[in-house]
Design a protein around this ligand. Structure first.
Ligand code: AMP
Ligand code: ZN
Length: 480
């Protein structure tokens, strides 16, 4: 088994269809782009599943010693933002800024690291126009009579390599087609061609920009290509998003970027499976489309929500239920208790800061398997299981303060990798006098070696909701 210090994190690549090692292609900084939120309402916990997993991914890279550059955009112009800003009687900018602020507040509550850059589509119209011009010049795009511009997918041989959409089409026969999956534009040479620039329509209100093809706005796919290449270069290390983005969004991003530059776009593709709620798709009409605020109103903390979202493997759909949030509450309580016990034994050290965690990688002791699990295709459930396994194997009473301090730091390394924040350990509840009296009688029975009486008293204490434990010179009582 490799030393934890030498471990190279690995992740499944949707394009190559295999687990691959992650290393910066420039030998210095791991550069990655994640599709961000469309800011026209509060993000739901499904969106946050994807963002939390991307956050754990970034933490895995950073704790393994890599420098990162993380770009996540904000989609601040599209049909929905335009439609709803007009409905709200606000300018597009005021409307999207307020939802962006809400997104930031939720993201901070969920302990997401801020991306290094968070560009928005509206601020990058010139970059998008320049890319479209390049595609027209290369013969890969054409303007239609109404002033829209389309990408000619026939000009890009590799179209469909990521999502295998052509194979799916062949299998599905006439029933399913590229066009049917992305059919909202008409004035095209071929049904699969997609819009790079959308000519102004009356329902766009004041939201249009001048271009060589007339007034309009960029198509959605354009923004991610233009901003990813602006901030990360024409070729960069990884691109991520929820699995729904694989087709057509990411497929189209690849086509228009690679057709324009002749170079590979992203070198690795990271897609996370969707969050389901109560076994089904989230939906407003069923009433199970939860936002963070909805769950906080039910008494759950953001840390509990994050715990649930991080607890499933990213390649499997995860089913969210309120019972899973209750289980997260229990799990966090156990972790907090274990951390507090280690801290007490170690003389109450301060937990290590995030920046200091990478230096601890070589000293993880029993927590090394948890870190290895994470590095092995971001296996968060296995990492959590191994963390609890490590804690089970530690008897705080039997270790030295130095050992306790090392375990305390290693536990915080794993928690930091997963972005888990612990609740304040609840102050120990004082048992009422009648329970104290029962425990005293049990202690005396034990001293007198009257085991049946001691056992009966322990059961009586348990029935009242307390657990009695032997301590050095007496007993301790804990809430069950
Ligand atoms: P949107 O705000 O719709 O642009 O989506 C933001 C991110 O959330 C994208 O990466 C989507 O793929 C992702 N996403 C949307 N729905 C879900 C879901 N139910 N579970 C996980 N990720 C989702
Ligand atoms: Zn995108």
């Amino acid at each position: 088994m490799p030393e934890s210090t030498d471990l190279k994190p690995k992740l499944y690549d949707t394009m190559e269809r295999k687990v691959r090692e992650l290393a910066p292609s420039d030998g210095e900084t791991y550069r990655f782009y994640c599709c961000g939120p469309t800011v026209y309402g509060p993000a739901h916990i499904g969106n946050f599943r994807t963002f939390v997993l991307q956050d754990v991914f970034r933490r895995m890279l950073e704790l393994s010693g890599l420098k990162t550059k993380h770009v996540r955009n904000v989609t601040d112009v599209d049909d929905k933002t335009i439609r709803d800003s007009i409905k709200a009687g606000q300018s597009l900018k005021d409307f999207t800024e307020s939802w962006k602020a809400r997104f930031h507040a939720d993201a901070a509550a969920l302990n997401l690291l801020e991306p290094h850059l968070e560009p928005g589509a509206v601020d990058h119209i010139p970059e998008q126009i320049a890319l479209i011009e390049k595609l027209i010049a290369a013969g890969c795009a054409y303007a239609s009579a109404d002033g829209s511009v389309y990408f000619r997918i026939a000009a890009f041989d590799d179209y469909g390599r990521l999502s295998r959409v052509r194979e799916r089409e062949l299998k599905a026969g006439a029933g399913e087609s590229v066009a049917a999956m992305d059919a909202d534009e008409y004035d095209r040479e071929a049904v699969g061609d997609f819009a790079l620039w959308k000519a102004r329509k009356p329902e766009d209100g004041d939201n249009f920009w001048p271009s060589p093809w007339g007034e309009g706005r960029p198509g959605w796919h354009m923004e991610c290509s233009a901003m990813a290449m602006r901030y990360l270069g024409e070729t960069f290390d990884l691109h991520g998003g929820g699995v729904d983005l694989c087709f057509p969004h990411h497929e189209n991003e690849i086509a228009q970027s690679e057709a324009a530059t002749g170079k590979p776009f992203a070198l690795h593709w990271f897609h996370s499976a969707h969050l389901m709620v109560d076994g089904g798709k989230m939906s407003k009409s069923v009433g199970n489309l939860y936002t963070l605020a909805d769950l906080e109103a039910k008494g759950y903390t953001p840390a509990e929500v994050r715990y649930v979202l991080a607890s499933g493997h990213y390649r499997q759909p995860l089913n969210f239920t309120l019972a899973s949030a209750d289980a997260a509450h229990q799990a966090l309580g156990k972790l907090a208790k274990a951390a507090a016990a280690l801290a007490a034994r170690a003389g109450d050290p301060a937990p290590p800061r995030y920046e200091d965690l990478p230096a601890l990688r070589g000293a993880l002791g029993p927590f090394a398997p948890a870190w290895e699990a994470l590095c092995n295709d971001l296996n968060t459930p296995d990492a959590l299981g191994k963390t609890f396994g490590a804690l089970k194997g530690i008897d705080v009473e039997k270790i030295t303060p130095d050992e306790a301090a090392a375990h305390f730091r290693a536990l915080h390394f794993v928690l930091g990798a997963l972005g888990i924040t612990l609740p304040e350990a609840a102050p120990a509840e004082e048992a009422p006098p009648e329970i104290q009296a029962l425990a005293q009688r049990r202690w005396e029975a034990k001293q007198a070696k009257d085991w049946p009486a001691a056992d009966a008293l322990r059961d009586e204490i348990k029935a009242a909701g307390w657990i009695v434990k032997d301590a050095k010179d007496g007993f301790e009582l804990e809430r069950e």
